[in-house]
Design a protein around this ligand. Structure first.
Ligand code: ATP
Length: 366
């Protein structure tokens, strides 16, 4: 519904080597990215990495210094002067604070961008959208009478009303309570998928990005670090930054020796390590381990591999940091109730039964 037919293999949105500086600040650097028709792509990264600037460049609220942005194969902004205004781009934006008009009813808010349609058409469309966002019969409510989640539904309906080709969502859940956030994530994904709209969302919350997106684009210091399906970026991070930003990451130093990789915790079968080429034989590598790849148990001083240096109680689980006798620090997550105090001597076991990712020693990426 509401999405024009594509004429070629061109992705619906193509960003080609765009850069944007503000004075001395390089907000976006040589960024390339494609978004397919109907896809939900999330820009993820820490504060200041350039995600909002990228979203604003797509919307037409900023102009790129260089590079090009194409929608349906046609340039909407380029470094050499092509610029289609935001109003003329078939792009909707859902703002962080929802930006609903307080003096208008929900229905009037939704109809705001479609006043070129006949009254009957507007009414039909508003009814359809209220139904889509699960607010049947709430058209007469004013924003102040609605909960945060309901306001977000109206904001989404308003942005979808003109049937934009692309919908941009700027930190869409940051104004909601934690409980509501999780519920609304699923709702927003459902609504976007029902309309088939192509969407680009921005967040610094890795769990949110992993749970709602078709693909995640991880940004760092203005650059794109990695883009891929949630499982791919989490399980196969291409840089230490991505590994650490998407979850807890510890690195075990390993020595590659034939079909084994020796670490201070375990000797790992080489085939358990993803894509370790023969040229790395007899060299040091760093093996990525996540907290649920490792277990630590209290041990006699003489048998211990290290000791607990940090403990964080998380309710269903406890996160421990262990400093190994080798000088390395690793984190492990326990979901049993037994509790270990700081300074407890522990033995450490590698329990991972999946492929592990590695990095050449001292490198940031592969
Ligand atoms: P946040 O999550 O904090 O919004 P972000 O990842 O969205 O961060 P941007 O807002 O895109 O990052 O900012 C990237 C960099 O560009 C930052 O260093 C920021 O200070 C700078 N910047 C962004 N907009 C402007 C502007 N209008 N004028 C000057 N500097 C800017």
């Amino acid at each position: 519904e509401g999405v024009s037919q594509q004429t070629s293999d061109e992705p619906l949105l193509r960003i080609d080597r765009i850069s944007k500086t503000f004075g001395a600040e390089q907000a976006v650097e040589d960024l390339s990215l494609s978004v397919e028709q109907g896809e939900l792509l999330t820009l993820l990264g820490p504060s200041g990495c350039g995600k909002t600037t990228t979203l604003r460049l797509i919307a037409g609220l900023e102009r790129p210094d260089s590079g090009a942005i194409r929608v349906d194969g046609l340039p909407v902004a380029t470094g050499d002067g092509t610029f289609v205004t935001p109003e003329a781009r078939d792009i909707g934006v859902v703002f962080q604070d929802f930006a609903l008009f307080p003096h208008m009813t929900a229905a009037e808010n939704i109809a705001f961008g479609i006043d070129d349609l006949s009254d009957a058409e507007q009414e039909r469309r508003v009814t359809e959208l209220l139904d889509l966002v699960g607010l049947d019969g709430q058209g007469d409510s004013r924003p102040e009478e609605l909960s945060g989640g309901q306001q977000q539904r109206i904001a989404l309906a308003r942005s979808l009303a003109p049937e934009p080709e692309i919908l941009l969502l700027d930190e869409p859940f940051s104004n909601l309570d934690v409980d509501l956030r999780v519920e609304m994530r699923e709702e927003v994904r459902r609504i976007l998928k029902e309309t088939g709209v192509t969407a680009v969302s921005v967040t610094h919350d890795q769990e949110e990005a992993l749970s709602i997106s078709d693909r995640v684009a991880v940004m760092h210091e203005g650059r794109l670090e990695q883009v891929g399906r949630p499982e791919a970026v989490f399980q196969r991070p291409k840089s230490r930054f991505v590994a650490g930003f998407l979850g807890h990451a510890s690195f075990l130093s390993g020595y590659v020796r034939g079909d084994k990789v020796d670490t201070s915790v375990a000797s790992i079968d080489r085939e358990q390590i993803h894509g370790l080429a023969s040229q790395y034989d007899m060299t040091e590598i760093d093996v990525l381990v996540r907290p649920d790849d490792i277990l630590a148990y209290p041990a006699d001083e003489a048998e211990a591999d290290g000791r607990v240096t940090y403990r964080r109680y998380l309710g269903p689980s406890v996160l421990y940091r262990v400093e190994l006798d080798s000088g390395e620090t690793i984190e492990c997550m326990h979901n049993h109730s037994e509790s270990m105090d700081l300074d407890t001597p522990v033995t450490v076991t590698l329990t991972a039964d999946h492929e592990l990712v590695w990095f050449p020693e001292g490198s940031q990426s592969r």
